[in-house]
Write a protein that binds this ligand. Structure first.
Ligand code: NDP
Ligand code: MG
Length: 407
């Protein structure tokens, strides 16, 4: 985030845009923002490629509406369906994992990485081409492959802009020339839907209750992560890599109104923050316009109407996932890769009602312990290493699940 982030790319007409994960929540916000901007400047953006995984109908609808050149669906067997849905439009259709990588690697000025989970890692890496700006929403990329990913960004000379609202907020108020004067980064968290629930009640929470986030509308996986507070743990790891900050300078602050998106504390006692309504179109607009600011259709912030902003310390007892992530961050090396993969398996199992909400942390912890015993928490040196550990952790967590060995 240091050197490459300062390379400016002025907003010019006809910027070529690719959206990886166009059918998801961040994908929809990005497309909505671009549609809004095109009303004032119809030629400002060309949509190079849009990708989805299984949602052919939505992908085809988005590709038609945006006038994309290429639409790619991740599931290979969905090719025919996509091709038919795009018949007569002139939009190229493709399917399968290799086609996703080809779409990501297609020359573009700005690529939004908004696939969920480690599934987005290889496509995001494929998008790292000189001259491209990578807008990164897919935090699991950084959690899983931290050093490997940041090295590839630097080697490609890519401008990496954080879209995750907390990191986008920090980026906006982080004084790079005064880096040595940064004392702490403070990531805010709403506390999620179970902020006031006790552990017993939380243990029985349903997927419907867990995805009902109080402030943000998001995909299922990140919504569950927000309910366990694993999301904030993943974000601490994300901040560590993005801003090159050690664990002891990273903090979490519960702020239920989600108005302050994060803060940077400096050694002189000044604390700078970015505020706004909880609408992803604001950080996406920041990343799209950077270094200029462009108008986004997000609701304006009305502090008088909000009246009060409140703050609490995070509760590590009721939210053990946060503690697991902090420990993984401190341990570093390959531990975050294992944490992330195990969490994806656990959240998937919870959404499929195979385990209870209260068992998510236990499955992640048991997988981390197994990785430690197997000597797999050393530092991954390459993408292949990362993917191998990710696969091992998924298999191990999956076996614990099928054998009913979940804690
Ligand atoms: P969604 O679940 O809404 O969307 C995920 C996208 O990824 C969809 O386009 C989906 O396709 C695609 N996808 C899923 N699995 C695969 C796969 N195996 N291979 C290729 N593509 C796949 O997620 P969100 O938009 O909520 O989140 C996306 C990322 O952004 C996550 O990493 C999240 O943590 C991060 N983020 C999200 C925020 C939000 O407000 N939603 C805020 C900050 C960060 P399909 O629809 O066809 O299944
Ligand atoms: Mg966030």
């Amino acid at each position: 985030m240091t050197e490459t982030a300062r390379v400016h790319q002025p907003l010019t007409a006809g910027r070529r845009i690719t959206i990886l994960g166009a059918t998801g929540s961040v994908g929809a916000s990005t497309l909505d923002l671009i549609a809004h901007l095109r009303k004032g400047q119809p030629d400002a953006y060309e949509i190079e490629a849009l990708t989805g995984f299984q949602n052919t109908i939505v992908l085809a609808r988005c590709a038609r509406a945006a006038g994309a050149k290429l639409a790619v669906i991740g599931e290979p067997e969905k090719y025919r369906e996509l091709k038919d849905a795009l018949a007569g439009t002139g939009i190229e259709a493709a399917a399968g994992p290799d086609a996703l990588l080809e779409a990501a690697a297609r020359p573009a000025d700005w690529v939004m990485a908004a696939i969920v989970g480690t599934a987005g890692l290889r496509p995001a890496m494929a998008a790292l081409r000189p001259g491209t700006t990578l807008a990164l929403a897919n935090k699991e990329c950084l959690v899983s492959a931290g050093d490997v990913f940041m090295r590839a960004v630097a080697e490609a000379g890519v401008q990496l802009l954080p879209v995750d609202s907390e990191h986008n907020a920090i980026f906006q108020v982080f004084e790079e020339p005064n880096r040595s004067a940064v004392d702490r980064l403070i990531l805010t968290a709403s506390g999620g839907p179970f902020r006031l629930w006790d552990r017993e009640r939380m243990a029985k929470a349903t997927p419907e209750q867990a995805v009902a986030h109080p402030n943000w509308s998001m995909g299922a996986k990140i919504s569950v992560d927000s309910a366990t507070l694993m999301n904030k743990g993943l974000e601490l790891i994300e901040a560590h890599y993005l801003f090159d900050m050690p664990a002891e300078r990273l903090e979490v602050l519960i702020h239920p109104q989600s108005v302050i998106h994060s803060l940077v504390a400096y050694v002189d006692g000044s604390v700078l923050a970015q505020l706004g309504t909880p609408d992803m179109r604001t950080p996406i607009a920041f990343a799209l316009g950077y270094p200029e600011r462009i108008a986004a259709p997000a609701e304006r912030l009305d502090l008088v109407r909000i009246g009060q902003l409140t703050f609490e310390a995070p509760d590590f007892q009721r939210f053990p996932c946060l503690g697991l992530a902090v420990a993984a961050l401190k341990q570093g090396r390959g531990t975050p890769t294992i944490l992330n993969a195990a969490n994806e398996v656990a959240v998937g199992a919870f959404l499929e009602r195979r385990i209870g909400f209260g068992a998510i942390a236990g499955l992640v912890e048991a997988t981390l312990m197994a990785a430690e015993r197997a000597g797999l928490t050393g530092k991954p040196g390459s993408l292949v290493d990362v993917l191998e550990r990710d696969r091992w952790a998924r298999e191990t967590a999956g076996t614990m699940l099928t054998e009913g060995r979940t804690p």
